[in-house]
Ligand binder design. Structure first.
Ligand SMILES: CC(C)(COP(=O)(O)OP(=O)(O)OC[C@H]1O[C@@H](n2cnc3c(N)ncnc32)[C@H](O)[C@@H]1OP(=O)(O)O)[C@@H](O)C(=O)NCCC(=O)NCCS
Length: 148
């Protein structure tokens, strides 16, 4: 039986835990505290946490602009992966985006990130184009999109 996660909006006091998950998930590509603080100000109710047993297990950030939105980042504590945390956050984000009238959700993923690509494929994201040297380490990304 899959574990249940509660999804809620991130609060300023959650940033330490978000940074912990970030550093465990993305080495050189990890966002810093300032960037998360900006997202906290700008993303409204689209900077989400997945909680289980009173502890944050993952976060997701989306940004909406008119009828389009960007899935900026999603990460789950390595110890909590494979239990539905990212799914719960994505489903919550999609409901919130629908309520705002957003029609399409875009993202970029490293071509080598097979776990994330499997996750996005399960949620019907399709590759729209390759983004050469999109990442700081020179690696390519895939731009992906789905209907909201
Ligand atoms: C990608 C990530 C967010 C998925 O989080 P998660 O909570 O483990 O995902 P879920 O448990 O909700 O998985 C949902 C589906 O995604 C796919 N999936 C997730 N992890 C997978 C893996 N390691 N291998 C293959 N498929 C995987 C499966 O289809 C899974 O469905 P299933 O459980 O019915 O098989 C997580 O692996 C992560 O934090 N990775 C590091 C950060 C990262 O790369 N983020 C994306 C940047 S673009």
């Amino acid at each position: 039986m899959p574990a249940q996660f509660a999804v809620r909006k991130i609060r300023p006091a959650d940033l330490d835990r978000v940074l912990e998950i970030e550093r465990a998930s993305f080495s050189v590509d990890a966002y810093d505290r300032n960037l998360f603080a900006e997202h906290l100000d700008a993303s409204g109710d689209l900077f989400l946490a997945a909680e289980r047993a009173g502890s944050i297990r993952g976060y997701l950030i989306a940004r909406a602009r008119g009828r389009r939105a960007e899935l900026v980042s999603v990460a789950v504590d390595p110890a909590a992966r494979g239990a539905g945390a990212a799914s719960a956050m994505l489903e919550s984000a999609l409901r919130r985006l629908r309520a705002r009238g957003v029609k399409r959700l875009f993202l970029t993923v490293k071509t080598t990130n097979l776990e994330a690509r499997a996750f996005y494929a399960k949620y019907s994201f399709r590759c729209v184009r390759r983004a050469p040297r999109y990442y700081e380490d020179g690696s390519d990304g895939w731009r992906m999109a789905r209907k909201v």
